[in-house]
Write a protein that binds this ligand. Structure first.
Ligand code: F6P
Length: 358
């Protein structure tokens, strides 16, 4: 029996480029460089405790105030080194760097910006769960001039491409160039990403939700209402049982939702007034939101489409809900139904005098 003919990522990109006869090839070269960075990180991650870089960086804290793992730093370095060379970028920004990264003068510059989280879910890397890299490609507004933070503050709707690599039992690269979503599996013998999941689609309905329930006392009433209804299952208004999942590695949750549907919530909450949400807009919410919407799902802040949000800073955090369309619509509806005072007033929170009934 002959094995099915599968396109490599390079062949897929060449076919995509045929739709744009005037394209210079820079974009394809950029995506292939990102894919190379992901292959390199996949190798490093796969060594586990046998390799270097599994521990914390001697007390180092990144710009997010989070403990940096050695693999965060190594993965960030890989992304920078592989991509600064390619001549298609005006600059880069990363979860691991406070400021935008300028392309060194020894390399040519180009018309795109690359924004990335080099190792999402890394706080769990020592327990061997799936982690991943997330990236977003934007157009550089000022050509190949030195980049500023302002250049990166573009709404998610203007992304040129977005993707993630998930380093699980198999390494996969999932990519959108604004024309649907395609999944590629790394063929370890060829060292090539092969198109294994063409035209990925998020089913519109689901019986699975993912949320960190330990934050429930900080949730706003619409989120509490939604989760309570899921938990009530068949005996409640939804008349069906739900399953709950929490991997604490968003890239792995996004991948599950792309494969079989589901809804993920890391909503705005009152846990820390300085953080209106846990996840970062530019290199987590926007790329994942673009992929999910291109696959027929939805991504929202809870109140409005996340891709419509105009960013105000490079490392801005935001509430994020994404996945099966009908569930995200429902969660947005619950937010719209709620009284604005309910959402902000501490008297209505879990310990408040006038707390909402369960
Ligand atoms: O942003 C990093 C991240 O690890 C995500 O991948 C994940 O969804 C989230 O944080 C986990 O948060 P928590 O520690 O609250 O479960």
């Amino acid at each position: 029996m002959t094995s099915p003919h599968r396109l490599t990522l390079t062949q897929f990109l060449i076919e995509e480029r045929r739709r744009f006869p005037h394209a210079s090839g820079d974009f394809n070269s950029l995506i292939l460089n990102v894919a190379l960075a992901c292959k390199s990180i996949a190798r490093k991650v796969a060594f586990g405790a046998l390799g270097a870089g599994q521990g914390d960086v001697g007390g180092a804290i990144n710009v997010q105030g989070e403990t940096q793992k050695e693999m965060d730093v190594v993965s960030n370095q890989v992304f920078l080194q592989v991509n600064e060379w390619c001549g298609c970028l005006a600059g880069m920004a990363s979860e691991e760097m406070a400021e935008p990264y300028q392309i060194p003068d020894c390399y040519p510059k180009g018309k795109y910006l690359l924004v990335f989280d080099p190792l999402d879910g890394s706080s769990n890397i020592d327990v061997n769960v799936a982690v991943g890299s997330i990236f977003s490609v934007l157009r550089a507004p000022n050509g190949d001039a030195a980049v500023t933070e302002q250049d990166f503050l573009q709404a998610g709707a203007s992304q040129v491409a977005a993707g993630y690599a998930v380093y699980g039992p198999a390494t996969m690269l999932v990519l959108t160039v604004g024309n649907g979503v395609n999944g590629f599996t790394l063929d370890l013998e060829l060292g090539e990403f092969m198109l294994t999941h063409p035209a990925m689609q998020v089913p519109p309905d689901t019986c699975e939700f993912a949320i960190n329930a330990s934050n429930s006392r900080f949730w706003e009433p619409p989120v509490k209402r939604y989760v309570d209804e899921c938990m009530a299952g068949q005996t409640g208004g939804r008349c069906k049982d739900f399953n709950m999942r929490w991997i604490a590695s968003m890239v792995a949750e996004a991948h599950r939702i792309l494969m079989r549907g589901g809804v993920f919530l890391y909503p705005r909450d009152s846990k820390d007034a300085s953080k209106p949400g846990r996840l970062r807009l530019l290199y987590e919410a926007n790329p994942i939101g673009f992929i999910i919407e291109q696959a027929g799902g939805r991504a929202s802040t809870g109140r409005l489409p996340v891709l419509d949000v105009k960013p105000t800073s490079l490392h801005q955090r935001i509430g994020l809900v994404f996945g099966s369309r009908n569930e995200v619509d429902r969660i947005e509806r619950y937010h719209n139904d709620a009284q604005p005072t309910e959402m902000m007033n501490p008297l209505f929170n879990e310990h408040g005098l006038f707390r909402m009934p369960a």
